[in-house]
Design a protein around this ligand. Structure first.
Ligand code: SF4
Ligand code: SF4
Length: 98
């Protein structure tokens, strides 16, 4: 049986390589704001699914090693509580333009 065909975007994402760091380069500086944040746009704006909700559907879990380093999460957070730094040298996403 053949593999299901991936979209063009998925093909390009699969061409990249992510070298996960040991420590997160992303931090939520005030998790209480997430409780007030009704729309939780970080969970939908991130193309890599880095932000997910805990089992209670309130707190944010950060899967930092998925990060594509696009910067969208910082733009959409209405409380500006996402602190994002570049991963350590040599770590993080390595884009392949193929
Ligand atoms: S967008 Fe910001 S405030 Fe809202 S849930 Fe995400 S990190 Fe928390
Ligand atoms: S920088 Fe982009 S890929 Fe990384 S966590 Fe933010 S939105 Fe997701």
């Amino acid at each position: 049986m053949s593999e299901p065909r991936k979209s063009g975007v998925e093909d390009r994402l699969y061409a990249n390589e992510i070298r996960p760091d040991k420590v997160s380069h992303i931090e939520i500086t005030d998790g209480e704001r997430c409780l007030e944040c009704v729309a939780k746009p970080c969970t939908t704006a991130c193309p890599a699914g880095t932000y997910t909700l805990d089992s209670a559907g309130e707190r944010i879990i950060i899967n930092f090693d998925n990060c594509l380093e696009c910067g969208a999460c910082r733009s959409v957070c209405p409380f500006s509580v996402i602190e994002w730094k570049n991963p350590m040298g040599g770590m993080g996403i390595c884009y392949r333009y193929g």
